[in-house]
Design a protein around this ligand. Structure first.
Ligand code: ASP
Length: 448
């Protein structure tokens, strides 16, 4: 047992993935198939549904259980850690504007890539497991209704008329409404100042506990991934791997494009007039840690170290802007959420996205990326939010998430690198505006 927990989590997750794949495929091809009324029926499908799906689903349920409380406490605690808004002044507004603008670019790149590469095309969700099939069929109409609502309807739907109903709506609540309320609640704590302190401390402590609980549940990920993978393989076979590979390609490409053009050329070179190569080589350690831990929060000490020592960002700015960035500025997560929405729309028959839907997904993915905690797999939890925006039912969302989850770690590594890179770029910009950037340090050894 000790030896098992000593292996880094991501390696254990990969092991679960490979074993699940092997067992699922061995059963599929070992148990064979027969033709029934012109359709090929695989004997392993019933087995997978009876034995693998319930365990995989239990794991997904454990994760779903975290969504509502995790978002509420981590988001309020993130906002209150920004400090008094009147002290933030125009700089604070510019920082937040930069977070939002970069995130909007990120979602756009994700949506364009998802449209070009079509990662969800060709998966036939009508062949999905058991009862889910009927649900999928039955919900298409509801999906079409939701899709035909106008953009403004969708936008204002983030305002909950009853926050308690929002929290209990469906399995994971109405996530966007919860994010909206939590952001305002955090802002109100800041405005209330001293008098909100006892409450803020309780919420900070609750946030710590929820993050710990998430980490504890993620320890089960290798087992969850094994069962999900074995289920998907025994019911669907190898064909689906093409789609998952395409999703990964779309995400990695989008992240590279975003980091190079938006963080690099846009902010560092364009806005700040500073050398690109020095920026990227300066944050190499932080990127490496982000890639291996999949946690912006876990990477934070290294990001601060890199920003102060290699980019010349003064400590005062680095230690205030970077922690906030780590919790709310997640460009990689926004790219990913946009892609997951398109993946679902392409994979589920009957969901046609209008231009208003694209806008709604962009707004939803931006909001959800703000709401995502800076820990492994947080982005996947938020996928429920963007899927509901385009009218995907809860059952369909479960299928999509169960389907992507086994591969999520690979995707998470890249989006976390992008998240951390965005934080460092914004911190450099803020430092420069504040006159707290030592450009000599930044330019040191630079050639471009
Ligand atoms: N793991 C990411 C981070 O910590 C969040 C996500 O899952 O998208 O930045």
């Amino acid at each position: 047992m000790k030896a098992w927990t000593e292996i880094t989590l991501w390696k254990r997750v990969m092991l679960g993935l490979v074993l699940g794949l092997t067992v699922g495929l061995a059963l599929r091809y070992g148990m064979g198939s027969e033709m029934v009324n012109g359709d090929r029926v695989w004997a392993s499908a019933a087995f997978g549904e009876a034995w693998f799906q319930p365990v995989g689903q239990a794991f997904v349920d454990l994760i779903k259980m975290l969504v509502v409380p995790l978002i509420i406490v981590t988001l309020i605690s993130g906002v209150t850690s920004m400090g008094d808004p009147s002290k933030l002044g125009s700089l604070g507004i510019r920082t937040i504007a930069l977070y939002l603008v970069t995130t909007a670019f990120a979602v756009t790149i994700g949506l364009v890539m998802g449209t070009l590469l079509q990662p969800g095309a060709g998966i036939d969700f009508s062949g999905a497991a058991g009862s889910a099939v009927n649900e999928v069929g039955g919900r298409v109409e509801a999906g079409a209704d939701a899709a035909s609502a106008s953009f403004l309807d969708k936008l204002f739907a983030v305002i909950p008329d009853n926050i308690f109903i929002a929290m209990t709506d469906g399995a994971t609540g109405d996530v966007l409404q919860i994010i909206f309320f939590s952001l305002l609640f955090g802002a109100a704590c800041l405005v209330a100042g001293e008098r909100s302190q006892p409450l803020v401390q309780v919420i900070d402590s609750a946030a710590e506990v929820m993050l710990k609980l998430t980490v504890m549940i993620m320890e089960l990920a290798p087992i969850g991934v094994f069962f999900l993978m074995a289920w998907v393989m025994s019911t669907r076979g190898l064909g689906v791997l093409d789609n998952l590979a395409m999703l990964a390609v779309a995400l990695y490409l989008s992240c590279f494009i975003h980091m190079f053009f938006v963080h690099g050329l846009g902010i560092v070179k364009g806005v700040l007039g500073l050398p690109l190569n020095r920026f990227f080589s300066g944050i190499r350690d932080a990127q490496a840690v982000a890639f291996s831990t999949s946690s912006s929060a876990g990477t934070l000490p290294v990001t601060i170290k890199n920003a102060t020592e290699n980019l010349g960002v003064k400590k005062s700015v680095a230690s205030s802007v970077l922690p906030v960035g780590a919790t709310i500025n997640m460009d990689g997560t926004a790219i990913y959420l946009g892609l997951v929405a398109l993946f679902a729309a392409q994979a589920i028959p009957g969901i046609e996205l209008t231009f208003a839907d694209y806008l709604a997904v962009a707004v939803g993915a931006t909001a959800a990326s703000i709401g995502a905690a800076a820990i492994p797999s947080a982005g996947l939890l938020l996928a429920y939010a963007v899927l509901s925006v385009i009218g995907v039912s809860e059952e369909q969302a479960l299928l999509i998430i169960a389907f992507i989850f086994p591969f999520d770690r690979l995707l998470d590594m890249m989006r976390t690198v992008t998240n951390v890179t965005g934080d460092a770029a914004v911190a450099s910009a803020v430092a420069k505006w504040e006159g707290e950037l030592d450009e000599d340090v930044f330019r040191e050894k630079s050639t471009i």
